[in-house]
Design a binder for this molecule. Sequence first.
Ligand code: URA
Length: 243
Amino acid sequence: MAMAKWPRVNTVLALKFKINLKIMPKSDYPLPPNVVCLRETNQIEALLTMIRDKTTNRGDFIFYSDRIIRLLVEEGLNHLPVVEKTVVTPTSNEFKGVGFKGKICGVSIMRAGEAMEQGLRDCCRSVRIGKILIQRDEETAQPKLYYAKLPPDIESRYVLLLDPMLATGGSAIKAIEVLLSHGVKEDKILFLNLIAAPEGIDAVTKKYSQLKLITACIDKGLDEKKYIIPGLGDFGDRYFTLP
Ligand code: URA
């Protein structure tokens, strides 16, 4: 069945204020102040269409996901502070420019977030990358931390938190708790996703208003199994295992 194109940037507002999407122009969507959605260019739309398509094979899924990841990382880096920096060019002239202020690191939420590590490495040479493994506790049904390996000086760094799919927000909130408990300042966290559900955005931003959430697109919602719809299925399976 063909899926109608969802006016994704309107979704969160529509859910919140019960507005009929058909009567709401796209540009009216007030993203929460700490959420950034990549500009809806033809390129982004085409890349997202490739990875959503269930007939896209694993090689192409990796290729097109990596391209979106690169754009997300570049956008994330745009939100880091800079300080004035003057250099001398080979023409012996001064150029008053800027340099990044502060150190960064990446933290991937395993397993799917690991797919985003190379995109970060491609932009930031020898960047440190930590990992967090969170899974659902069978007894409590709550997200539980199973493993965390983080750079020892993480509290002094900006952290690019990597997870391609933001569904309910449960794992993300747990991962953010872990970062905060290691001394990371909330306003030094940049959380990068390829696709976010309004439920996940709401859950994360209601709890954390100081971090920045950067996504390539906002989808319609979640199905009964908590998959994002229209979504793309299981990102980790499609990136790491499926043919
Ligand atoms: N994780 C995924 O890989 N896909 C979803 O739709 C939701 C969470």
